[in-house]
Ligand binder design. Structure first.
Ligand SMILES: NC(=O)c1ccc[n+]([C@@H]2O[C@H](COP(=O)([O-])OP(=O)(O)OC[C@H]3O[C@@H](n4cnc5c(N)ncnc54)[C@H](OP(=O)(O)O)[C@@H]3O)[C@@H](O)[C@H]2O)c1
Length: 272
């Protein structure tokens, strides 16, 4: 798996397996096992997904050394609101059956995120987290964080797919040396983004699916996509994207699909 360097020098595999809505137990364990077999070395979970234990078990069962897997989890909103950040982190470590995480993210910009960031910094300095970052942060949240932070976030994980490419925020982050990860890169569960005609048409030129085209489009704009699948063949095909290049014209056509249509909540107005 290809890697890119983050602002603190740590390398991250450029595609990660998402496990949101992968069920606890066999379903998630299988997905992670198949992903590792196919060559993924990057898994994206969160406390709120309820499957950290299954991710941890699958990693342990694989014969891959822990240090060769980039593992992400996230700090949930209520744990920030109740000031239980350290407890939540330790619980995640226990479920993941590991003594460090590669990436820990503040999941949403809830009130108290600057205090939470201080805890992430402390855990980062004590080497229990290799990379610290945020998720669903807009420019205003990032500037507020900047005022309180000693360490700048290395990652911002945000919604991005062809119907909501979020390019302005991506450009802003990249100018600030914050690497962007795309959540719901395929449009999430239950949308029909991957059946878009233009994406299919571009894919046909390279004998690739529209999902592979979207994943490749992300790589070419230096964004790390986190496609989720629990299907063995789709998991495998979602990383078969290193043997073709989209032209500038293809990239432009995909950029032009943007309809400013989110599939998830707006980080400036969410109620959980
Ligand atoms: N930070 C955040 O707030 C946040 C929010 C949402 C998501 N995320 C992260 O981002 C990851 C991805 O987002 P997501 O899970 O919402 O959606 P997604 O990856 O955009 O789409 C997943 C959907 O696409 C299907 N799929 C996957 N590969 C396919 C392919 N090659 N062809 C056709 N269908 C395919 C999956 O079905 P099957 O499983 O049946 O293949 C599933 O229904 C999450 O799992 C999570 O790790 C983070």
């Amino acid at each position: 798996m290809h890697k890119m360097k983050l602002s603190n020098g740590i390398e991250i595999p450029v595609i990660g397996l998402g496990v949101y809505q992968s069920e606890f137990g066999e379903q998630t364990e299988n997905a992670v096992e198949w992903a590792l077999e196919s060559g993924y070395r990057h898994i994206d979970t969160a406390k709120i997904y309820g499957n950290e234990q299954s991710v941890g078990s699958a990693i342990l069962k694989s014969n891959i050394s822990r240090k060769d897997i980039f593992l992400t989890t996230k700090l949930w909103n209520n744990d920030i609101r109740s000031g239980k950040m350290k407890e939540a982190f330790n619980e995640s470590l226990e479920k993941l059956q590991t003594d460090y995480v590669d990436l820990y993210l503040i999941h949403w910009p809830v009130q108290g995120f600057t205090e939470a960031w201080k805890v992430l910094e402390e855990l980062y300095f004590s080497k229990k987290i290799k990379v610290i970052g945020v998720s669903n942060f807009h420019q205003n949240h990032l500037s507020e964080l900047d005022k309180a932070a000693t360490v700048k976030p290395m990652i911002n994980q945000i919604e991005s797919h062809p119907m909501f490419n979020n390019q302005e925020l991506i450009d802003y982050c990249q100018e600030q040396k914050i690497t962007v990860q795309a959540w719901s890169p395929l449009g999430g569960n239950g949308t029909n983004i991957i059946s878009n005609e233009i994406l299919n048409e571009i894919g046909k030129k390279y004998n690739k699916s529209s999902a592979q085209v979207i994943i490749r489009w992300n790589l070419q704009r230096n964004v790390i996509p986190l496609p989720k699948s629990v299907n063995k063949n789709r998991i495998k095909s979602n990383i078969e994207v290193f043997d073709f290049n989209l032209t500038d014209e293809d990239m432009m056509r995909i950029n032009e699909l943007n309809e400013f249509k989110r599939v998830g909540p707006n980080p400036d107005d969410f109620k959980f």
